[in-house]
Design a protein around this ligand. Sequence first.
Ligand SMILES: [Zn+2]
Length: 249
Amino acid sequence: MSNQPENLGTITVYGTQYGNLSYSISLGGSWRKPYDDGEHHETSAPPLNDNHNDPVSDPDIESIEIRVNINRPLKVEEKQAIDELSKAISRITIVINSIPDNATITLNNGHIVTGIELKQLWQKIDFDISEAGTTYLNGTQNGEIDYNNGNPIARLNINIVTSYNALNPPGGINYLPLHELAHITSAGRKSNQSVWANGKISPHDPAWSANERIANDIAKAIADFGGLAILPNARYGYSNPPPAIIVTP
Ligand SMILES: [Zn+2]
């Protein structure tokens, strides 16, 4: 077990939408100072909930943070979407931790995703939620995932979180973080790089679709492995048949 990433019990949600106070919700979250300096933080708060078998003094404990960087009160459906995102992350954490290290997903292009890789990335991922209309380096006003040398940051606009939360609940809100995680697996990164090698491309380019489908396939494989609901008709679709997680004894 020593080379296994820690089981994640803490999901912290915070932002400045209630004046200067940050808040955290549910699932063993803890109070944090407002996210105010643009730097990445890992919380040192111990997990409080029960899907965690490690001693709370374990120095390797990480948490997943959802940082809501919106300077106004959230609308009811936005708050609800963040709450549901937090729950989805908790469900996904349980599933990812249940994937054996040596399990593999072989994508249709032959590239392979491993269980240990998913665990290592998920252990360090955090989510930054921004105001609608924020534009990302990929040219969209949807979101992006930054590999950040293995300490990933998914950045999503609040309207995207809200709209995925409304799609086939909880399939849409499960899909969103899984899809972002998929993009920064080594297979996902290879695909990103080949698509972006010649500079910016249009979301209408077939190469863009192919890259998105790879992320969809990985997301679906994880969801199917854990019995999690996922969008039946994700944008850009899934491969047919979709690749699955294969566990070798
Ligand atoms: Zn994508």
